[in-house]
Design a protein around this ligand. Structure first.
Ligand code: SF4
Ligand code: SF4
Length: 178
């Protein structure tokens, strides 16, 4: 049979020596390797008590942004959904009614906005496509869940807290994003 690469090696199946058939030298060798790791720096941490610092370019869970007055930035233009290679974003737009100027920045807003986190590949293209600074990828990630539906994040899950009414929640959601 023709080999796919020239890196293949033929397996040697020579009979075991007396020492090898005792298995003990192999066991002691394995234990010595295990023991030597006791004195090495641990690559793991005690998560969730300890957390690693994220890279400055880390892209995590999405946040729908508000403006300085706490109004929703998103105008449901759909550019993020078009840019999304995973087709993870769906939305429904609605017209702003008189008296809702304090809730939505522009005449149109997203009445429904959903992201399927199981489809999302956290590429950040939605953030780049948005002309309204309405969506960005934060420094947190989607927690695990047993239910697929738990990964469909709705607008209520994504919308950043209003900094005028919940400054702590707002600062937490912003992280180090400027
Ligand atoms: S990060 Fe990428 S894959 Fe995820 S919703 Fe945005 S554009 Fe789609
Ligand atoms: S998040 Fe941005 S790109 Fe997406 S619909 Fe809203 S305004 Fe448009």
């Amino acid at each position: 049979m023709q080999a796919l690469t020239n890196r293949g090696k033929e397996v040697e199946r020579k009979p075991m020596s007396f020492w090898e058939s005792l298995y003990l030298p192999g066991i002691f060798k394995g234990m010595a390797i295990t023991f030597s790791h006791l004195f090495k720096k641990k690559p793991t941490i005690h998560y969730p008590e300890q957390k690693r610092e994220f890279s400055p370019v880390f892209r995590g869970l999405h946040v729908l942004n508000r403006d300085e007055e706490g109004r929703e930035n998103c105008t449901a233009c759909g550019l993020c959904a078009v840019a999304c290679p995973a087709e993870a974003i769906t939305m429904e737009g609605a017209e702003r009614m008189p008296g809702e100027e304090n809730l939505y920045r522009e005449e149109k807003y997203a009445a429904k906005y959903e992201i399927n986190m199981l489809r999302c590949i956290f590429c950040g293209l939605c953030e780049e496509a948005c002309p309204k600074d309405a969506i960005y990828l934060s420094e947190t990630f989607a927690p695990s869940d047993f239910n697929r539906k738990g990964f469909i994040y709705k607008k209520e899950d994504l919308l950043i807290p209003d900094k005028n009414t919940d400054p702590e929640g707002y600062a937490k959601a912003r992280g180090s994003k400027k």
